[in-house]
Ligand binder design. Structure first.
Ligand SMILES: C[S@@+](CC[C@H](N)C(=O)[O-])C[C@H]1O[C@@H](n2cnc3c(N)ncnc32)[C@H](O)[C@@H]1O
Length: 315
């Protein structure tokens, strides 16, 4: 009897079967993704590996090519899948996805809104965290990107996910009326969507904006402050450094992930409630004459003093 078990988390157990992917890792750590097919061969520079050697065998097997090179074979983990799957847009990297799940407090059964969908990496993490009792409204304005995301999600899960509602459209213009507990925005201009998401995000709900540049970060933070219906936003950037530890050779690894993005977190206040004015004064020059973006409540546009009106210097 077929022992394979595929659940909505995309986790497969039991012996490897034809039709699923495995990752083969060689002794130098190079990885190859292989779609198992009965009778097929995976060719390497040091001979071939028959897929039939893997099919029916366990996850975590070691197989040797005809040229004598040993390969470790595992089913791909979700984080590995998201960084190797086909993509049209940049994906949220696992270190940032992990932080988003914890900081926005995603829970089984939660109602989550995300935009844009891009290649569907974050959608996969969110679907796994909310489970079949939750609902994920995913908005993407590019139908071609949405198609890639749908393919990626269904390939990992092995079919459609009942909690996933993929919607084609611009979030600011096409947002649905459904109330949600959590919102994650990964797009060029999240500030254009703050009003729209404020209309559906429930009081106490979390908003996360993921942006690539400092100018996007500043504009998003100031727009959230100017809206008034959110707590003071907090921004952060995560760096992850791998280490090499072998005998006495213990040092930082060579391949540290560079910049990925900035994370902004804030919490929605109850409808009609506005955030208290900050007691701390903005940094000098923060909202000076050169600043043209949104201003938080209580921060006035500085009055320009003309040369005629300015006090004469005492001689
Ligand atoms: C960086 S990608 C998202 C990647 C995705 N989070 C992932 O992990 O694979 C940004 C996406 O947002 C979409 N987008 C930008 N602005 C949008 C908007 N206002 N409404 C809907 N989608 C938007 C873009 O078309 C693009 O596909």
């Amino acid at each position: 009897m077929e022992e394979l078990n595929v659940n909505l988390a995309g986790v497969r157990t039991g012996p490897l079967t034809a039709g699923e992917r495995v990752t083969l890792t060689d002794p130098k750590g190079r990885r190859h993704s292989v779609l198992l097919r009965a009778g097929a061969t995976f060719h390497t520079s040091r001979g071939g590996i028959g897929h039939d050697e893997l099919i029916g065998g366990p996850d975590g097997n070691v197989v040797t090519s005809t040229g004598g090179v040993a390969y470790v074979a595992f089913r791909p983990l979700l984080e590995e899948f998201t960084v190797t799957m086909p993509r049209e847009a940049a994906v949220i990297y696992p270190k940032d996805a992990a932080q988003i799940l914890v900081q926005t407090d995603i829970f089984p059964g939660s109602r989550v809104l995300e935009a844009g969908v891009g290649s569907g990496a974050l959608s996969l993490h969110l679907l796994r965290a909310i489970g079949p009792s939750g609902v994920l409204y995913s908005y993407e304005r590019r139908p071609d990107f949405a198609a890639v995301a749908k393919q990626n999600v269904e390939r990992f899960i092995g079919g459609e996910h009942p909690a996933w509602q993929l919607r084609i459209g611009d979030l600011a213009a096409d947002i649905g009326p459904e109330p949600v507990d959590r919102v994650i925005l990964d797009m060029l201009a999240p500030w254009e969507c703050i009003d729209a998401v404020a209309g559906v995000l429930q009081g106490g709900g979390m908003l996360c904006c993921y942006v690539a540049t400092t100018t996007q970060m500043g504009r998003t933070m100031d727009t959230i402050r100017a809206h008034g219906g959110f707590t003071e936003p907090a921004a952060s950037e995560l760096t992850a450094r791998g280490w090499h530890a072998e005998g006495l050779a213990i040092r930082p690894g060579h391949s540290t992930t560079g910049h990925t993005g900035f994370l902004i977190f804030t919490r929605r206040l109850a409808p009609g409630v506005t955030a208290p004015l900050r007691r701390r004064r903005p940094a000098p020059g923060a909202y000076g004459p050169d600043y043209t973006g949104p201003r938080p409540p209580g921060v006035e546009v500085p009055v320009e003093v003309s040369a005629d009106e300015s006090p004469q210097e005492q001689s």
